[in-house]
Design a protein around this ligand. Structure first.
Ligand code: NCD
Length: 668
């Protein structure tokens, strides 16, 4: 991740040199971190040598900051360099809609290093891919904050000597606290033990736990926690009863002895540090922000067994630390903040010395995956930069299997979130199937040949013209006459229910849905003798999601949804997920008066509560069956028809690719 090179669809600069950035704590090896610490130890020498003389650092903070920004700026000036900054990113070109990619490119020409904080996960990685100078992540959404971790580790090392073997309790909002995520990876790498003490519902995210397990060989062990419940107080007694599942510890090796100790001992572990964090309200939905939260109170100071336990906090604190701690030597959070300057001086010097050097190879990284198709898998994290600003990103993933069942997992290269692969396909033969671990060998082959397509849904595969890897014989369910009369009836009903036909907007889901939408609109126009506005909604693409449907008047204004009576048209409602995505695009794009749903076929296997208002035909067949609407013109069909067929399991299909109703096989 640390070496960056522009490979995005926009502004691709093939000849750029790779550059050393710091996006994740994983971008630094342990030796490099030690080297930075040695530089920080010699801060006086750095101050007199002024190694950044003539260099400029730009700070781009899209989120509030005091410590990180000021300590970076102070560090740069103490190194002899200077600083340029936007006092408020909201008053920069961002307000005019400038992309991260453009900002990164432009500011690269003004500065020798960029320090960026952003509220989207992965945003700093995206900027680094477009910048021509090193970029430092000063916090990206709820993802990582690697320079805070350098300060934290340095503080621990100053206080405790070595990091190996320490036991650090991380407390509070472990879910949204980016400082925590970088910190636990680093502690794991240096061989420290981590005890997690999360506020209720704010446990370490799954992707962090999985990464700890896969990349650092750490395992989770439940622990008895009476000794912690004695010192942590909370507004209501929601958590911290012994053996709650969120009281977990991460140990380098969970051998039987440790396990037995953990299970049986209420006390006995030596805690070297408590690392407390603030509730990250700005990353929470309304209700969650009011949930109760632990605090470290004065009891902590009186407990004999915590007499050597230091209390850390990345700051700002709200009310999770008792003021009594400020007056006790164990409250070291202000010292921790002060180390921000020498550590960031050391980091800047370290990066300047390696401007053109590649980063060390990341630890245990899985192979990278990029979809060979235009539509490809999307990250499931709604705060990921790949969803917030697709144009500045390059949708890359790590691909690996986990567990005994060999579940196939994609990990987003920007925000690290992981999700399960549901459908895979072969680009060459244009066949797809649901993923099954018996396909692992096959998948490796496809991946190697860059032929592996991954889809979020069957619908997406079908949109790209993929056929099931193997299917049973097709049986016709509706012919062209039946389809035409169903559409005519639906059109009549739509017009009947419509309060103001001038406000009607027919929106088809691309691509079969939009064909049907055109036919419905034509029917209505026929009945009303007036033009009806017609649009198309693209669920899986990036960029323009709702557009007028051709042939549109080139001078026509963009479609407005405000106060419209929208009829969303799709061919088949199976699980309802596509419709749900379409609805969220609609509500994101404007405020219609109403949205009603028209589908030719309703399968009724609904996973989401969407109920069509107008249905051509109900076909509640089994889950394994696929119903497809084939329209003349679209799939070289001569006549419209609706067919049903069964999809045969991928394992059988791969073993005997040429058997059965389909001739074309996955192996081509
Ligand atoms: C942290 C941050 O911004 O993530 N602050 C910091 O950089 N020292 C912690 C926080 O805001 O709670």
């Amino acid at each position: 991740m640390a070496s960056t090179k522009s490979s995005s669809p926009i502004g691709k600069a093939e000849t750029r040199t790779e550059m050393r950035s710091l996006i994740s704590i994983a971008d630094l090896t342990n030796d490099e971190i030690e080297e930075i610490f040695s530089l920080a130890d010699a801060v006086q020498r750095l101050r007199s040598e002024r190694p950044a003389n003539g260099q400029i650092m730009a700070t781009l903070f899209y989120e509030p900051s005091t410590r990180t920004r000021l300590s970076f700026e102070s560090a740069m000036q103490r190194l002899g360099g200077s600083v340029i900054s936007c006092s408020d990113m909201k008053s920069s070109s961002v307000a005019k809609g400038e992309t991260l990619a453009d900002t990164a490119k432009v500011v690269s020409a003004y500065a020798d290093v960029l320090v960026v904080r952003h509220n989207w996960d992965g945003a700093v990685q995206a900027m680094a891919e477009h910048a021509d100078v090193p970029v430092i992540n000063a916090g990206d959404g709820g993802h990582e904050h690697p320079t805070q971790t350098l300060c934290d580790l340095y503080t621990l090392r100053q206080e405790k000597g070595a990091l190996k073997g320490l036991t650090v309790v991380v407390c509070g909002d472990l879910k949204n606290g980016r400082t925590i995520h970088s910190l636990v990876f680093a502690l794991a790498r240096f061989g420290a033990n981590v005890v997690t003490l999360a506020a209720n519902g704010m446990e370490l995210p799954q992707y962090v736990l999985e990464r700890l397990e896969r990349e650092y060989d750490y395992a989770l062990a439940p622990m008895a926690s009476d000794d912690l419940s004695a010192v942590m107080t909370e507004t209501d007694a929601l958590y911290l009863t012994p053996k709650q599942p969120h009281q977990l510890a991460l140990f380098t090796q969970v051998d039987e002895v440790i396990q037995a100790r953990l299970n049986s001992l209420a006390t006995g572990l030596r805690y070297d540090a408590f690392y407390m964090t603030r509730k990250q309200k700005e990353r929470m939905k309304d209700g969650a922000a009011d949930a109760s939260y632990p605090t470290i109170g004065p009891e902590f100071l009186r407990e004999q067994r915590f007499q050597d336990t230091v209390v850390m906090h990345p700051l700002p604190r709200v009310d999770e630390l008792s003021p009594e701690l400020d007056r006790d030597w164990r409250g070291i959070y202000f010292k921790q903040a002060a180390y921000g300057v020498p550590v960031r001086m050391a980091l800047l010097k370290f990066l300047f010395d390696r401007r053109e050097a590649k980063a060390a190879a990341p630890i245990n990284k899985a192979p990278a995956y990029k979809s060979p198709e235009k539509l490809g898998p999307q990250c499931h994290n709604p705060n990921c930069v790949t969803l917030k600003e697709p144009v500045s990103t390059d949708k890359r993933f790590e691909l690996f299997t986990v567990g005994e069942n060999g579940t196939l997992i994609l990990g987003c290269a920007y925000c690290d979130h992981r999700f399960k692969v549901q459908f895979v396909g072969d680009v060459k033969s244009k066949r797809y199937c649901s993923y099954d671990h018996s396909l692992a060998g096959q998948i490796d082959g496809w991946l190697e040949k860059k032929q592996l397509a991954i889809f979020n849904s069957i619908k997406e595969a079908e949109e790209l013209g993929y056929e099931p890897i193997k299917s049973g014989p097709q049986r016709a369910l509706m012919n062209d006459v039946e389809i035409a009369s169903a559409l005519a009836e639906m059109s009549r009903q739509i017009l009947r229910d419509c309060r103001d036909p001038d406000r009607l907007l027919i929106l088809g889901v691309r691509s079969v849905g939009s064909q049907l939408a055109q036919r419905i609109a034509a029917e209505i126009e026929n009945q009303r003798k007036r033009k009806i506005e017609l649009g198309e909604i693209e669920i899986y693409g990036s960029g323009d999601e709702i557009k007028r449907l051709a042939p549109a008047d080139p001078d026509a204004a963009p479609l407005s949804l405000k106060d419209r009576e929208v009829i969303l048209v799709d061919d088949v409602v199976h699980t309802g997920r596509t419709v749900k995505s379409a609805l969220s695009i609609i509500f994101r794009s404007g405020r219609p008066q109403s949205v009603r749903l028209a589908v030719l076929i309703d399968r009724g296997h609904r996973e989401v509560p969407v109920k069509p208002n107008y249905v051509g035909k109900n076909i509640p067949s089994s889950e394994k069956d696929r119903v497809r609407v084939k329209l003349r013109g679209l799939e070289q069909e001569e006549k419209d028809q609706v067919v049903i067929f069964s999809v045969i399991g991928p394992a059988d299909a791969v073993k005997s690719p040429s058997a059965g109703g389909e001739k074309k096989a996955a192996r081509s």
